[in-house]
Design a protein around this ligand. Structure first.
Ligand SMILES: [Zn+2]
Ligand SMILES: [Zn+2]
Length: 185
């Protein structure tokens, strides 16, 4: 038996964990078990960029994932980067076990505006679908309204729906059906 785990890297608002858990249960059919929180890996912080390495955090998740882990999904409040990009909303292993979403740029406060919890929840749902979708083999989608569309900024993210397009939904169902068969095999 394997489990879908959810965790935080560093301090994360518990309300955010609840929103992400509900999104995962509704869309993917797994009720996430809480795990951790995990400490920030010491090598994740980049002083020059004043950001945190997404790759260092994914490595930490791979290292810490329990043996009975189907998926380990993590939230962080820290702003993420990879060397070739200014920032990332999140990152995941394609077809792998770990995925990560940062709340930093999903918060209106990042853009100098007052906090907006309902908007934050919708943005989180979109990013959670996107990154967990990658772990179930979904690739970037050309439908700009699909949760699997690549978002390079907050406007593109806000233009997406918190749902998969019919094509991605079909692919996801096929992948999830294979998991069901493994369970009963
Ligand atoms: Zn992506
Ligand atoms: Zn799609």
């Amino acid at each position: 038996m394997t489990y879908f785990y959810i965790t935080a890297i560093g301090a994360v608002d518990p309300a955010a964990i609840k929103v992400a858990s509900a999104t995962i249960e509704t869309t993917f059919g797994f009720r996430p078990l809480q795990f951790g929180p995990l400490a920030m890996p010491p090598d994740a912080f980049d002083k020059v960029r004043n950001q945190f390495s997404s790759v260092a955090m994914l490595k930490e998740l791979v290292a810490r994932a329990p043996a009975d882990c189907l998926r380990l999904f993590a939230l962080t409040e820290k702003d993420l980067f990879i060397p070739m990009l200014t920032f990332l909303f999140g990152q995941a292993q394609l077809g792998g076990r770990v995925a990560l979403v940062s709340l930093a740029r999903l918060r209106q406060e990042f853009y100098g505006m007052p906090g907006n919890d309902p908007l934050l929840a919708v943005r989180m749902a979109k990013e959670t679908l996107h990154e967990v979708g990658h772990t179930f083999n979904l690739l970037h989608c050309t439908d700009a309204g699909c949760a699997m569309a690549l978002s390079t900024g907050i406007r593109a993210l806000d233009a997406k729906h918190a749902a998969f397009c019919p094509a991605c939904e079909t692919l996801l169902k096929e992948t999830l059906a294979e998991f069901e068969m493994e369970k009963t095999a």
